[in-house]
Design a protein around this ligand. Structure first.
Ligand SMILES: Cc1ncc(COP(=O)(O)O)c(C=O)c1O
Length: 428
């Protein structure tokens, strides 16, 4: 094994991390190669710096004017150079500060500095590389973002263990979660919780969130080592009063020595910047001090260096520069209000569906989506909606139909749902 990896592993010895790391995670380290030598040169090479593989002229990056003139608000240095592998330092710091504002329970708690990833997908897949060996169990609700299958099973050959998301009362099925954990063999497991959930649009109430926390704590008390991942892609889009308005990461962060909390979030949906490919990956655990968080961060930097090397400098600059803007929170609030109005309209229209409707909405209170359970075949319904009405929806497992009300204008929602209800009766 590489000596740097060995050094990082010994810093983590005896912690939950060393018990959870995959073979890949154990092997990984951030090399003292070009990137780190260039970093050193940046500090000390006062005469000539001939380290980085970029083309410069009079100390500035070379660029094509036809590209630069499209973004007049940025200097070439803010756009064209490579970003550091872990991300632009000021952005990492600012995003961490913002996390405290958004998650009051996190305030004052020790976490790693967020690592910048190329969107949340890359963050999740990096976590999977770091912690999941073939056959390792990862627990997810049976309603989940389809890409988890490709990442956890397809890439990492981990074993997805599903639990029924909802119970009879339309609440999170904690006994099913408990049963899934009970069925796990061995002394460790991963769990990924995505609230607001894709595809259902459900987030837990404060009470349900406390129950989830207490369930995981009970298992940690019994000695299970738990990788608790929160996928906070749609964070902030909570439309109802009773809903928890924070990420569970805030509580997981110092819940138990046997729990390693990982937060994956980003600008993608939260800041309406889907194509920027800007995500963040943050670690915390009651059992980790800052040196150990640093060792884990360095290992993860190796994984980032080996996959995408670093994320877009321009996207990081644009988001960083937007954070202190006077209007930043107001702009976000405006986006939220538009989506909330659509959500409320969806609720209103669905409430007017007659009892003869073959569509039953699954519980939803947040995010971009809602999902119907359909009495017939939802794939047939999807194609019928497309062919007969020119309406695009997503069918899941042939029994669910997901509607992204986030991408439909308020004034079109009534017509959209009326068509869906009509079509659902036609192909039953
Ligand atoms: C639950 C969930 N997680 C993660 C992602 C991926 O986000 P990104 O586009 O930043 O990779 C999505 C995107 O649809 C999602 O729905």
């Amino acid at each position: 094994m590489n000596p740097i990896a060995q050094e990082l592993n010994s810093a983590l010895e005896g912690t939950v991390v060393s018990q959870l790391l995959s073979e890949f995670g154990k092997r990984f380290y951030f090399p003292k190669g070009i990137v780190s030598q260039a970093g050193e040169a940046k500090q000390k090479a006062h005469k000539f710096n001939a380290t980085v593989g970029m083309a410069t002229i009079k100390g500035s990056p070379m660029y094509l004017e036809s590209v630069r003139k499209q973004v007049p608000g940025l200097t070439p240095a803010q756009m064209f150079p490579y970003a550091p592998t872990p991300g632009v330092p000021e952005l990492r710091k600012k995003w961490r500060e913002e996390m405290d504002v958004k998650n009051p329970s996190l305030k004052g708690k020790l976490t790693s500095l967020p690592l910048v990833t190329s969107g949340l997908t890359h963050g999740i897949s990096t976590v999977a590389d770091m912690f999941l060996d073939p056959g390792d169990p990862i627990i997810i609700p049976d309603m989940f973002w389809g890409n988890y299958t490709l990442i956890f099973e397809g890439r990492n050959r981990a074993s997805i263990v599903k639990f029924d998301f909802f119970n009879e009362e339309g609440r999170i099925n904690l006994s099913a979660l408990d049963r899934a954990i009970t069925a796990v063999k061995g002394d460790k497991f991963a769990v990924i919780l995505n609230f607001p959930n894709n595809p259902t649009g459900y987030s837990p109430s404060v009470k349900e969130s406390e129950e989830i926390v207490s369930l995981l704590k009970t298992w940690a008390d019994k000695g299970k080592k738990i990788l608790a991942i929160t996928d906070d892609a749609y964070f902030g889009l909570f439309y109802e009063d009773e809903t928890l308005k924070e990420s569970l990461f805030g509580t997981f962060a110092d819940l138990h020595e046997n729990i390693l909390a990982v937060k994956v979030d980003g600008a993608t949906k939260e800041n309406f910047a889907w194509g920027f490919r800007l995500g963040f990956l943050t670690y915390a655990s009651k059992g980790l001090n800052s040196g150990q968080l640093d060792a884990l961060t360095k290992k993860t930097m190796g994984a980032i260096r080996a996959s995408i090397s670093n994320s877009s400098k321009m996207a990081q600059t644009l988001v960083l520069n937007s954070l202190p803007a006077d209007t930043y929170w107001k702009e976000k609030e405006e986006g939220f209000e538009i989506l909330k109005a659509r959500y409320l309209k969806v609720k209103e229209v669905i409430a007017s569906f007659g009892s003869d409707s073959p569509l039953k909405p699954l519980p939803f209170n947040s995010g971009y989506f809602m999902t119907f359970q359909y009495k017939g075949n939802s794939e047939k319904l999807r194609t019928h909606l497309l062919d007969a009405y020119g309406v695009g929806t997503i069918s899941i497992q042939e029994k669910y139909l997901r509607i992204a009300f986030s991408s439909v204008e308020l004034e079109d929602i009534e017509e959209l749902y009326t068509i869906i209800n009509k079509a659902a009766k036609e192909v039953l």
